[in-house]
Structures are given as structure tokens and as C-alpha cells.
Write a protein that binds this ligand. Sequence first.
Ligand code: ASP
Length: 292
Amino acid sequence: MTAVQADCLTAALQIGYHLLDRGASALTAVEQTIGVLEQSGLFNAGRGSHVQLDGVRRMDASIMEGQELLAGAVASIEGIVHPISAARLVMEQTSHVLLVGKPASAFARHFQLERQPRRPSGHAVRKTTMTRALAPKTLQLYRAMTSGGLVLRERAGKETVGAVALDRTGTVAAGASTGGIDLMLPGRVGDTPIIGCGVYADNVSGAVSMTGLGEGIIRIAVAKDICDRLERGMSPAMAARAVLRKLVTRIDGAAGTLVIAPDGRFAIHHVTPRMAAGWWDGKGRPVVKDRF
Ligand code: ASP
């Protein structure tokens, strides 16, 4: 993690915690904290989102609160800075949970969410017809489907963003926002907008937000599995460790998780070499590291 990213995480934690301290809901703290990271352009979300092979940023996000189990999500949304706010609007302004693609983008525009170009400009975008060792099947398929070139952009240390929080009323919330993974076919959707996979929140068990390779996280339904284990009495650390171990041993997956229980115990755990993350309970300075 760069020093600038660490400063941004620290600022986001402070904003989120101060909201909770002034009596805001966990949902608002999660949305605003993620909003800071989306706005920064320093992470793989919002302004910093990764592009799909056709050069378009299509983003996924979801948010959930644990009192009434309300949830909202967007997938493959384009042209806005804050998919996390679009997800909250889906939750609060519609009777649905998930909106996708261009209609989701039109929905966000209707609520006047801040816009950004569908295709990033000023980034080091490289058009190429070269094949790569990585995901050759995906690249071959994409080439067979289109006559255009590929757009490849290295993520250069940018990670998906997420947050979990517990408010004064004892309600937990979780959210996540992403530009996806490297070398995605246009239209690919990961775990982030799928409730129970990338995100889950229930005041009976706790709140979970995931990062990592979505194709694996979806197959294990990781967020719900962690919550189920919390409900059966495991600590956040034990539940996180058990489910990520299962992800690795069963399907060779890779992920990191943020977990908070309704009594305030929490865990940050990853089976990837690094995961930039942090926490703050209002005392001292926020803790921000990239290994937990
Ligand atoms: N989970 C995200 C996805 O698969 C990517 C990430 O967390 O880095 O889209």
C-alpha cells in the first residue's frame, strides 16, 4: 500500500467513525466510508475502477443492514463515481435488491449521482492484440467474439473497497464496491453485488464484506457462510479463518474479509499475500496496515 493510499484509508476510517459517534446508522457510515475510497481514484472502485477488455468501466457494489435484512446492489453499472450510493438507492427507493447494466446506470442518473466517463481517459490504457499467459481462454474468447483490440490495464496495486460497521443501536452493516478483476470479458460480474457472497449483514450474527477473486467467493457463498458460523457461536476470527481455509482447500480460491459481530468483536483476515485494510474504535489513531 502506498503512503497516499494509507492516508486515504485513515481519512475514510475517521469519517466513518465520526458519523457513528454522532449517532449515524451503520449503513450511513459504511456508505460514506466507501464513498471516500470511490472518490479518491486510489483503489479499484469508483474513479479508480479497473476496465473490462473493451475498455469500459463496469462496476459492481452492494450494501446491507442487519436489522431488517434490507439490501441493495448494482452490477455492471457505468458512468458514475459512487456505485455504493446507487446500491443504497436500490435498497431504499425500490422494492428490488439488484439492478444491472445500462438500466442501473439510468437509475443512478435519475437520482443525479455524480457522473464520470464510461472509459477512463488520461490512464495508461494500452491497446494490444498480444496474447498473455494469464487467462488465455478469456482473451481468445474475447478475440473470437469481437474484431476490436483488447484494452489491458494493470491495476497497479489498486484493491476493491469495502467496509463493515456497528452503530449505537446495535445494528451492523456491510458494503463493498469494485471495478472487478484483471482480464474480464465485458459483462463479467463478480461476487461484490451478490448478497451472501460479497456482502452479508444480520444483527443476529454479524456483518461481512469480501474482497478477492469473485469466481471463487461466489461458489462458496463466503459472506453468508461466515455469518452462519458466527450465529453458531464462532468468534469473527475463527469463522473468517475457517471459511477462507475452505475456500483455499476446496477450490483454490483467494480472498480477504472484514467481519464484525454485534458485540463489537471483529476480524480482518486474508489468504492473499496482502490486504490493505484498517479499523478504528475512536481511541488513539486508526490502525491501517496491509498484512493482518
Ligand atoms: N471481488 C471482486 C470481484 O471479483 C474483485 C476484488 O475484490 O478484487 O469482482
